[in-house]
Design a protein around this ligand. Structure first.
Ligand code: SAM
Ligand code: DTB
Ligand code: SF4
Length: 368
């Protein structure tokens, strides 16, 4: 992935962002055509595999346990239900499934073993598998890669300067380390941010600067418009103006010409015309399906209609990278072997006690 060499400093980016809108749009559309087929849009479906009850304090998020929202904490979904949802997403044109968990970080427990099995199963359906599970160590990244994970989503969300106003329970550096761990494991990186949280244009460009500073920028950059949710500290934020979204998408497209730019959360508040401008500005992906993680998103049928009007078509999977192989997970195999050995011991013990019970118990004769 390349960075456009014409943009080096935050000031360069702010100037670009503030270009007269029609000029910015034209520039972005031109760059887009040089690097992508503008008629193809990736459809990625989200699935909340573990909803709510999160210990973090991200000010925008309805899944943080400390805010009183309508989201109820649930247990991890079963592998079977995930497969069913993945098949439905695929049948509706999605080439990628992004599984999200309301976790601060991945823990090496049975839930993670189940996620590994979900990744193996969805990869087996010939879909690009993405996960967003919070902070991830290098070992955990390797395990996910080995299971067939294609991409990992971990957003920086905003600039380093504004970050502390939004989240206090983890550091910007934590986020950067997780992104590095994904990259080093050979996993495609998906990382972007949210606009409409009260940040300045400098903060928006500060977010992009963080990606410019990386060795290679993310393969996918999701641009979310804040979905203000009742009960979160950001419930009263004004809905993002479409013009701001167009500017943010266009700027991201120009600066990262090769990356996928995803028109992410917030589409239910955007008109068809507004979304068309975002595609013109270089958006090459959307989240598809009637739910994001916990909030609504346009239904598949609405997007089908939109694609027909605009002459767009869904992008097939694995156009930008090879399908990963799903390999056996050694830890799960080890646990299975141990469980089988325990089961065998138990069966033998049971058989022995039955054999012993053939002997008639000694009669106790009561003394008279
Ligand atoms: N818990 C994991 C984490 O934070 O990395 C994964 C799930 S988390 C919900 C994924 C991303 O969703 C966040 O980084 C944020 O960018 C986005 N998000 C959450 N709530 C949002 C909202 N109300 N509006 C827009 N984007 C939101
Ligand atoms: C991303 O950048 N946006 C998605 C996905 N990555 C995980 C999440 C949007 C969540 C919007 C609020 C909700 O539905 O809970
Ligand atoms: Fe938890 Fe992720 Fe929501 Fe933050 S964004 S509260 S880490 S689910």
């Amino acid at each position: 992935m390349k960075v456009n060499p014409a943009y080096k400093t935050k000031e360069d980016l702010v100037e670009l962002y503030n270009t007269p809108l029609m000029e910015l749009l034209y520039k972005a559309a031109t760059v887009h055509r040089e690097h992508h087929n503008p008629l193809e849009v990736q459809m990625s479906s989200l699935l909340s595999i573990k909803t709510g009850g999160c210990p973090e304090d991200c000010g925008y998020c309805p899944q943080a346990a400390r805010y009183h929202t309508d989201v109820n904490a649930q247990k991890l979904m079963s592998v079977e239900s995930v497969i069913e949802q993945a098949k439905n997403a695929k049948a509706n044109g999605s080439s990628r499934l992004c599984m999200g968990a309301a976790w601060r970080n991945i823990r090496d427990n049975r839930d993670f073993d189940n996620v590994i099995q979900m990744v193996q199963a969805v990869n087996g359906l010939d879909m690009e598998v993405c996960c967003t599970l919070g902070m991830m160590s290098d070992e955990q990244a390797k395990r996910l890669k080995n299971a067939g994970l294609y991409a990992y989503n971990h957003n920086l969300d905003t600039s380093e300067d504004y970050y502390d106003d939004i989240i206090s329970t983890r550091e910007y550096q934590d986020r950067l380390s997780t992104i590095d761990n994904a990259k080093n494991a050979g996993i495609s990186v998906c990382s972007g941010g949210i606009i409409g949280m009260g940040e300045s244009i400098e903060d928006r460009m500060g977010l992009l600067m963080s990606y410019i500073k990386m060795d290679t920028p993310p393969e996918s950059i999701p641009i979310n418009a804040l979905v203000p949710v009742e009960g979160t500290p950001m419930a009263d934020q004004k809905v993002v103006e479409i013009w701001e979204m167009v500017r943010m998408v266009a700027t991201t497209r120009i600066v990262f010409p090769e990356s996928v730019v995803r028109l992410s959360a917030g589409r239910t508040s955007m008109s068809k015309e507004g979304q068309a401008l975002c595609f013109m500005a270089g958006a090459s992906s959307i989240f598809a399906g009637d739910m994001l993680l916990t909030t609504p998103n346009p239904e598949f049928n609405e997007d089908k209609e939109l694609f027909e009007i605009l002459g767009l078509k869904p992008k097939a999977p694995f156009q930008d990278g090879e399908k990963p192989e799903s390999k056996t997970d050694e830890l799960i195999e080890e646990k299975k072997k141990k469980a089988a050995a325990r089961e065998k011991e138990l069966a033998e013990a049971r058989a022995n006690s039955e054999k012993n019970s053939d002997f008639a118990p000694r009669k106790v004769v009561s003394a008279k």
